[in-house]
Design a protein around this ligand. Structure first.
Ligand SMILES: [Zn+2]
Ligand SMILES: [Zn+2]
Length: 205
């Protein structure tokens, strides 16, 4: 199932892993906004990772009144925590550190999805058909995910991925050169500023 999805994604430009992370995360949000926000174990996970980042804040804000169910146990346990802090003789540094290092529940979900997809891609590059479809496609694994794959995949299997990236970067280098050449006032042809659109996806998530 996942394999077919990956192969479908190869038909799109950009990084297949980034594209699938977005898709999977949307599915997670669909569940979270209907069930997850009031599900007991999900509230517990939220509480353990309650430092919600700026990017993911709208997810909670959009839930509005429905969020009271979710917040009730979190407020209760925070009241206990702050009362405990007042009772101490001095600040319990370890406890504070633990609270500061809590992450964003939604970033953690994204990371979990990301790791699964990177692992899945690595498992499948051994299959010649999977690899050759990727290599001949317009898709290009972004810089971040290429390194995540190189870090875990067998070296020989990963080599064709590096070659594809080199080809892409060479084309990008050429386009950059052409752009600067055309910027020259002696050149009659106007530069094509659109070229950066082809280069950027490799560096952006
Ligand atoms: Zn990517
Ligand atoms: Zn986040």
């Amino acid at each position: 199932m996942e394999k077919e999805l990956f192969i479908e994604t190869f038909a799109q430009k950009g990084c297949p892993i980034c594209n699938l992370i977005d898709k999977r995360f949307e599915e997670f949000l669909f569940w979270f906004e209907r069930e997850g926000f009031r599900n007991f174990s999900s509230i517990k996970t939220l509480q353990e990772n309650i430092n919600i980042c700026q990017r993911h804040r709208p997810i909670l804000i959009n839930l509005q009144n429905r969020l009271f169910n979710t917040l009730e146990p979190i407020i209760e346990s925070d009241l206990k925590l702050f009362n405990k802090l007042l009772d101490r003789q001095k600040m319990p540094k370890k406890l504070l550190k633990g609270e500061i290092s809590k992450e964003c529940r939604f970033c953690i979900e994204e990371k979990r999805i990301e790791e699964l997809l990177v692992d899945f891609f690595i498992q499948n590059i051994s299959a010649e058909s999977f690899l050759s479809i990727y290599l001949s496609s317009d898709a290009l694994i972004c810089r971040k995910h290429l390194f995540a794959i190189l870090n875990k995949a067998p070296y020989q299997k990963a080599k064709p991925l590096i070659k594809k990236t080199i080809n892409y970067l060479k084309q990008a280098e050429n386009q950059t050169k052409i752009y600067f050449k055309k910027l020259d006032y002696l050149c009659a042809e106007k530069p094509h500023a659109e070229a950066y659109k082809k280069i950027l996806p490799f560096y952006l998530k």
